[in-house]
Design a protein around this ligand. Structure first.
Ligand code: FES
Ligand code: FES
Length: 161
């Protein structure tokens, strides 16, 4: 039997009817139409489905939609309201940190979570922060460089994005 779930999705109050075994990644992609969040492994190994749930980085393939009832969910679409890329997204483009792009939304969410925790992360902290996200294409170096670049830019602007 379907249950009602209320989410604050990228700042907007939303209500969905979900099956008890429906995963948050499915609700976000199929019911909310936010297909930036990817479904990769489906078992918590690749990070492609990463979103922020009440500010905490989670794999949306491991969270039931019903568990997220009453929570704030932030997806990659929330980084670019109105289609305007965030400074983090621009840094990924500038550094060539995007190739096939499948991992990119999850990487961006992991990087966003990291930069909320650490304003000036060390290389080690960046690698740790992205450790749950797999990329088959880039070798990670350019992704780390993009995160470092945006942290440096924000610091130069007094923390502003
Ligand atoms: S799809 Fe969720 S971790 Fe891979
Ligand atoms: S850019 Fe292809 S998997 Fe990361």
């Amino acid at each position: 039997m379907a249950v009602s779930v209320n989410l604050k999705l990228n700042g907007a109050a939303c209500r969905f009817e979900v099956e008890p075994d429906e995963r948050l990644v499915e609700t976000v992609r199929e019911k909310a139409g936010l297909t930036g969040t990817k479904l990769g492994c489906g078992v918590g190994e690749c990070g492609a489905c990463s979103v922020l749930l009440d500010g905490k980085l989670v794999c949306a393939c491991l969270v039931l939609a019903a568990q997220a009832d009453g929570c704030e969910v932030f997806t990659v679409e929330g980084l670019a309201p109105g289609g305007r890329l965030s400074d983090l997204q621009r840094a990924f483009v500038e550094e060539g940190a995007v190739q096939c792009g499948y991992c990119t939304p999850g990487m961006l969410m992991a990087a966003e979570a990291l930069l909320r925790r650490h304003k000036r992360p060390t290389g080690e902290q960046i690698r740790q922060g992205l450790a749950g996200n797999l990329c088959r294409c880039t070798g990670y170096t350019k992704i780390v460089a993009a995160v470092r670049k945006v942290a440096k830019r924000r610091a130069a602007r007094g923390g502003r994005r």
